[in-house]
Design a binder for this molecule. Structure first.
Ligand SMILES: Cc1cc2nc3c(=O)[nH]c(=O)nc-3n(C[C@H](O)[C@H](O)[C@H](O)COP(=O)(O)OP(=O)(O)OC[C@H]3O[C@@H](n4cnc5c(N)ncnc54)[C@H](O)[C@@H]3O)c2cc1C
Length: 434
């Protein structure tokens, strides 16, 4: 392949203690945690709003905070839920503690909490590179409408979901998924005019059964005999807390969403599929007779891409056996939830106890001022298929944010953080580590 050379002159527009890249559930919680820990913090986000896949991907609900009747993820993530509830925009689904929410209020509440914490927000800012000296990052480079800008920091947290910053800094990545396939991507959509009084709305509501609409799944399989039905999964629904309206998760496609050609194909195919599925539902399913498509998500939702190779890789075996770690900084309690790329199937393994996630999964040796949080942490494809859900990635964001603030105060490598002190601070905040 031929290359062109582009020399970039990026003015350094600001310097902070901590820069968080990516304003999804992991990122906005990390930024709040770091700022409340006394650090000056910038949060960088490509879109004009926060929430990441939770809002841009329309993937409600927030799964899940409880295990065995006990809340196992607490602190700032739960405070966020309380703030949503205060404005009548979240509903708790128990026993699992899934949170149905209004996506627009999620954006607003995340933004309010970030600004209240004193975080400097950089929206419409796309991370395109970083300046490194060996394993140490000095600046991130953003693409903006005015051209390139550089922002310096002592510590960085990669919460881009796809590990963009870690990738640009040459952090080693997990080997490609051992089964050779990434989990499929899905374009979720919002529809109105549905007879929701007759719909099963609970989502992952039982510890032993992953609830989706089995009747509709069977009806669509029947329809495949006579009609062209796009590849689908579930379907799973989530209420947006207004009668007649639903968020639907049912399209799927195998694609590496870090590749722009593949991402383009996925977007184009799934936009066709959504429209076709809504048409089929209107024609064949009584509850959808008057349904109409309100919107597709801002972007196709991504279940799996890059994950870093960290100081520890959390395995499915450790996770399913509830192995405790001396440096555990958060918990996970969602079933292992692996979606098939090529058919309707989904493989779920249910946990016997809430799992533990060690701090060593949040950094890679030799990269002294970089933490990651969220979907791109160091895990195999089994444990990550549980931790990727929102409540657990928020828990990781909280841990990374607190750690980065401690580092900003004390100096040194993220690998040398006193994990007893980190855990004590997290418990003070409300994290559940016992
Ligand atoms: C179809 C589907 C259904 C799901 N269903 C559920 C569910 O029912 N319950 C649940 O809890 N979870 C669900 N999830 C999982 C969950 O939503 C995500 O795994 C979670 O949001 C990951 O959080 P994150 O913060 O790591 O990444 P993301 O949510 O992806 O956030 C990353 C943020 O970084 C920004 N960003 C990325 N790259 C750059 C860049 N280069 N420059 C600037 N900004 C950048 C993005 O815009 C985004 O805001 C689902 C996911 C999918 C795809």
């Amino acid at each position: 392949m031929k290359n062109v050379q582009l020399s970039l002159n990026a003015p350094i527009v600001a310097e902070y203690d901590v820069v968080v890249c990516g304003g999804g559930p992991a990122g906005f919680i990390a930024a709040i945690a770091a700022a409340r820990g006394g650090a000056s913090v910038a949060l960088i986000e490509q879109y004009g709003f926060l929430g990441g896949t939770a809002t841009a991907g329309l993937v409600a609900p927030i799964s899940r905070f409880n295990f065995g009747g006990r809340r196992v993820i607490g602190g700032i993530p739960w405070e966020f839920v309380e703030r949503l509830k205060e404005i009548g925009s979240a509903m708790e689904e128990n026993p699992p503690g899934n949170i149905t929410y209004m996506p627009e209020k999620y954006k607003l509440t995340a933004q309010r909490m970030v600004l209240e914490a004193g975080v400097e927000l950089y929206l419409h800012s796309y991370l395109v590179g970083c300046v490194c000296d060996g394993g140490k990052i000095s600046h991130v480079v953003l693409h903006t409408k005015k051209g390139a800008q550089a922002i310096g920091a002592k510590y960085f947290i990669d919460c881009t979901g796809d590990a963009d910053l870690a990738y640009m800094a040459n952090v080693p990545m997990q080997p490609a998924n051992k089964s050779g396939k990434l989990q499929p991507a899905s374009l979720c959509f919002c529809i109105g005019g549905v007879d929701t009084a007759k719909m099963p709305l609970a989502h992952h509501n039982l510890d032993t059964e992953n609830l989706h609409d089995l009747a509709l799944q069977a009806a669509l399989h029947e329809l495949e005999k006579t009609e062209d039905v796009p590849l689908f999964g579930g379907p799973w629904y989530c209420s947006v807390m207004e009668e007649g309206y639903l968020i639907v998760n049912m399209t799927r496609i195998s694609a590496d969403m870090t590749d722009n050609k593949e991402a383009t194909r996925a977007e184009c195919v799934l936009h066709e599929d959504v429209n076709r599925l809504v048409e089929l539902l209107r024609r064949h399913v009584p509850e959808y007779k008057n349904a109409f498509l309100i919107s597709t998500a801002t972007q196709v939702g991504v279940r799996e891409t890059r994950r870093i190779l960290g100081a520890h890789t959390l395995t499915g075996e450790e996770y399913l056996n509830g192995v405790d770690f001396p440096d555990a900084v958060s918990r996970g309690c969602h079933p292992i939830d692996i979606h098939h790329g090529g058919d309707t199937g989904q493989r779920c393994s249910f946990l016997k106890c809430a799992a533990y996630i060690p701090y060593r999964t949040l950094y890679s040796p030799g990269f002294d001022n970089l933490l990651v949080a969220g979907r791109c942490f160091s895990a195999d494809e089994v444990s990550s298929a549980s931790v990727r859900v929102q409540a657990s990635v928020m828990g990781l964001g909280q841990a990374a944010g607190v750690s980065a603030a401690m580092c900003a105060k004390n100096g040194g490598s993220v690998a040398d953080v006193d994990t007893d002190a980190l855990r004590a601070r997290l418990v003070e905040l409300g994290a559940v580590l016992d």
